[in-house]
Design a protein around this ligand. Sequence first.
Ligand SMILES: Cc1ncc(COP(=O)(O)O)c(C=O)c1O
Length: 448
Amino acid sequence: MISEKSDKQPSLCPIHDFLTENAQRHRIRCYMPGHKGVENPLDITEINGADSLYESDFFGSAPGIIAQSEQNASRLFGTVQTLYSCSGSTLAIQTMLALAKQKGGGKDHIIAGRYSHRSFINTCILLGLTPSWVYPQSYLGADISVWDIESKINDRTMAVFINSVDYYGGRSDIKAISELCKKYRIPLLVDNAHGAYLKFTERDRHPITLGADMCADSAHKTLPVLTGGAYLHIGNKKYCENAKETMSLFGTSSPSYLILDSLDRCNKELTEHPNAIKELCQKITVLKCELSAMGHHIAPSDDIRLVLDCRAMNSTGFKAAEILSEFGVECEYADEYKCVLLFGYSTSDEDIKTIREVLKANTPPLFACYSLPPQAEHIRAACGISPAKAFFKMKQRIELNYAVGKVCGTVVAPCPPGVPLIMPGEIISQAAADMLARRGVKYVETVI
Ligand SMILES: Cc1ncc(COP(=O)(O)O)c(C=O)c1O
């Protein structure tokens, strides 16, 4: 069903139009959900005219409201096709790996940045894929080199998977990596969970613009969208066929219309305020300069984050986060080294002003620590068996001390950042155990 507004001109938010009209009709709701509109009048399940997320025909002549809205998003992001996800980037990552496998001619190896999110390794377990890790220059970083990727390519390589933007706001050289992938005819898949906003910055740095075949964006992380709202963007039409059906393999059959509504309204917001992200990023750049002038060490990052390099200020990210929290400023992430403040579409000038004032009153000498943790190092664990084999074997939960030399059976990924420190199938080394202990891990599941 086409939104009624489409007779005149296509609606900027067809899902929202439908849901508000539906709510105003005051009918007795003899359909799901059980709250009958009392919890929220816009919340429905699939009803007549509401389209269906995994069946909405993006390319059809009479697209339903979801397909129309997805087309709006696709136009905004400049993609061949954009699919909505109501289960975050996790569902988009599951779908893009499954699509790459379908077109992969039986290949089952995937070259990936070591600091990929747990949703990636979980999907490898589900799909029986074997990752081949590429280590970045920096701890938790996205800065992996094109040469390192090239050296791993072989005739079993199904795809290259990178996580860019990383948790500290670092990026991969997506353009160079995509050129390499094109040379070898391997798809480039990007976990852009933290970078949906990159389409709207001064320079368009979105992965699809830079040549990725597919990418997953968590709209909810940087755009004004409810938690769970995300996009699977497709830049190569080869992957459009079956995309919806493939997503339905992993997703709930009752996707949230409140999340769809939020994704839908975000299109309107971004269309009507095309400079909002640019202006926000400019304000953050000014804030970073002001804080540097006050003596704070600001780590390099993307434009929507402020990352305090606490180690360079003889402190820890935990300490900085604690001080900020005393003043009501809650950061996105802190560890032994850095403190990450993530801004977003709805950050106000007042919020930025408060952060400036708090950090002006708390310059580095005030949060120095006496003993600093050792420098971060990569865990380089040897692979015993494949992640899927390890995961589905019998396992036992044992104290970390006794796990050295054994094969890890599950993903161990303290959250945030949700980045696995050791993967299922890897042999737990002493160095890995020490690192896990520092992260508060006491027990692990090992393969029997
Ligand atoms: C880098 C990265 N990728 C993927 C995900 C999964 O995203 P979502 O929570 O939208 O499913 C996250 C979540 O924090 C993440 O940080």
